[in-house]
Design a protein around this ligand. Structure first.
Ligand SMILES: [Zn+2]
Length: 285
């Protein structure tokens, strides 16, 4: 993160993006609007009566099976992690994200469309100081196959290891300070992974109507069958880092922490983020 900028930010102007939603297959529209200081990132379902809002916080997460879903009242928004990751990398603390359905457009399965939106809108500095969170002691979480260790750090850093034994993807490791440039150049365009078997199952269930070989790295019997091939040899772990940035943004603060994680997933990320939010509330900071 850019430490010189210690003020909160929002977007300079509203900016929109539309495309196919992965699960429903309908055309979805998403608009990022400016928001007042200290309001956080708020998703608004403009297709529902009274346009209900959902604050992007770990405490509002209701589902982590295929992406991270947040909800409040009757309003749910799924797969928030990619747009949240882009907002975090651009130090956007406050924004209202309008959506006309439960899902954002999937785009190419990466955070690139959202980075391009923020480049278009520009960033507006606000008057209030940015709020940070740093762990006072290491936070260690073991959950299923995932391990996460969070230690204090002067900036926001992620070190991540994934292991796809028995596939050409193998073991991958990525470690970086999450700055705007690092995210835009090396992380944002990494796409999500999808196993062809799961894709078939989801199609049979009537889900992933918008899914194609264009918006994920698809592997079948250990081979990559997506049209485009890989964007980076270690695209998989880069996408895991992207998801980590998005999921940990649900803490609602900028991070001065090093997240060291082995085989992370949305479930573990959200459990840790919730733990941090609870600690913040308990410590009243
Ligand atoms: Zn993802």
């Amino acid at each position: 993160m850019n430490n010189k900028n210690t003020k909160q930010n929002t977007v300079k102007k509203s900016v929109s993006y539309s495309g196919i939603a992965l699960h429903t297959g309908v055309r979805a529209h998403l608009t990022i609007n400016p928001a007042p200081e200290s309001s956080g990132i708020i998703f608004r379902r403009i297709d529902l009566p009274d346009k209900p809002s959902v604050l992007a916080t770990a405490m509002n997460v209701v589902d982590v099976r295929r992406g991270t879903t947040i909800a409040a009242g009757n309003a749910a928004v799924s797969t928030v992690e990619h747009v949240m990751a882009a907002l975090t990398a651009y130090n956007v603390d406050n924004a209202i994200v309008d959506m006309d359905g439960p899902e954002p457009p999937i785009g190419d399965g990466s955070a690139l469309p959202y980075v391009e939106m923020l480049q278009k809108s520009g960033i507006e500095e606000q008057k209030a100081d940015a709020l940070y969170w740093s762990p006072s002691e290491p936070i260690i979480t073991e959950e299923g196959v995932s391990t996460s260790i969070i230690v204090p750090h002067e900036n926001f850093k992620i070190s991540c290891m994934v292991d796809f034994a028995g596939t050409p993807l193998g073991t991958q490791y990525y470690s970086a300070e999450i700055t705007r440039d690092e995210f835009s150049e090396n992380i944002a365009s990494a796409r999500t992974l999808c196993d062809y078997k799961d894709l078939e199952q989801l199609i049979a269930m009537g889900l992933v109507k918008g899914g194609s070989l264009d918006n994920a790295i698809v592997i079948h019997d250990g081979a990559i069958i997506s049209k485009e091939g890989l964007r980076f040899p270690d695209e998989l772990v880069r996408h895991k880092v992207l998801d980590l940035v998005g999921d940990f943004s649900l803490i609602g603060r900028r991070l001065k922490a090093h997240i060291i994680t082995i085989k992370p997933g949305h479930a573990t990320n959200v459990i840790v983020a919730q733990k941090i939010v609870q600690t913040m509330v308990a410590e009243n900071k």
